[in-house]
Design a protein around this ligand. Sequence first.
Ligand code: DGY
Length: 328
Amino acid sequence: RREGKTPLPNKPVLLVTRCLPDAVVERAKRDYDVRLHQQDEPLPADAILAGAAGADAIMTAPGAPLKAELLAKLPASVRMIATFSVGFDHLDLPAAKARGIAVSNTPDVLTDATADITLLCLLGASRRAWEGQDMLRREEWVGWNPRQLMGWSLGGKRLGIYGMGRIGRAVADRARAFGMKILYHNRSRLAPELEQGAVYYADAEAMLKASQFLSLNAPASAETDNFLDARRIALLPDGAIVVNTARGTLVDDEALIAALKSGKLAAAGIDVYRGEPKLHPGYLPLKNAYLLPHLGSATVETRNAMGFCALDNLDAFFAGKDVPNRIA
Ligand code: DGY
């Protein structure tokens, strides 16, 4: 936070497209002439355009996309877009760049929270947590039973991590504490101090063949779109468990649902979906799908830190300094 710092002299006008945590709003109001959005649903495109008239910057987030068509219509007053997220698949960076609009994101501050939720998904799926909850809430539990809801241990198993950036590495740290052996695929091999003994696979498909558990931690991109399709699912060992806390676009939903139904995959833990907030209806009846509604960064501490990080980026821009997390 800009504790003790003097407010910016002429407050820039900041349009906000999502309802932000109170502490973030408070700081934003101190330093900016803020046009807040108070509803949980994102500000629709037409309201973004109307609200952007005369604005200097926009703080947006997943759910309120700023793609080429909308960017082209923004007034020339808008000089910066700060997204309240590490992911930027809701933005069109080349189009922003072409218009001379600076763009920033919020890496690092959500690494731990997202890695934590990945472990929750690994455990939720492998220990059949949803089935247990459901049994209790339906009042169908008839007592402890030696064969009841037996899941699969993490200890000693091989976890393949697709995408070994900050979050992938934080997942690896946590999974090691559960006794898992780490394999990873990344565009380039990491230095030994970052690898921490994890086994690098230059070929993602070779890694899949060895992955009893698979965690998807790569960003959405043309390269990762539909990465986990039917052909690649077939490469996983029978009974593998898949976790996705990155982006829904990495997965071919039909293929994953078919594999969960057939038993090719024992279970899946999923926090993110293609076309959020809608998800493929085929997931809903599946007992072996442990489903969360994109909660990766949803802790009070993390969401505040994301907001402060987005504001730090804006502050730097309007103070004429280098923007710390500039992505365009
Ligand atoms: C991000 O920051 O990209 C997350 O998905 C939001 O939690």
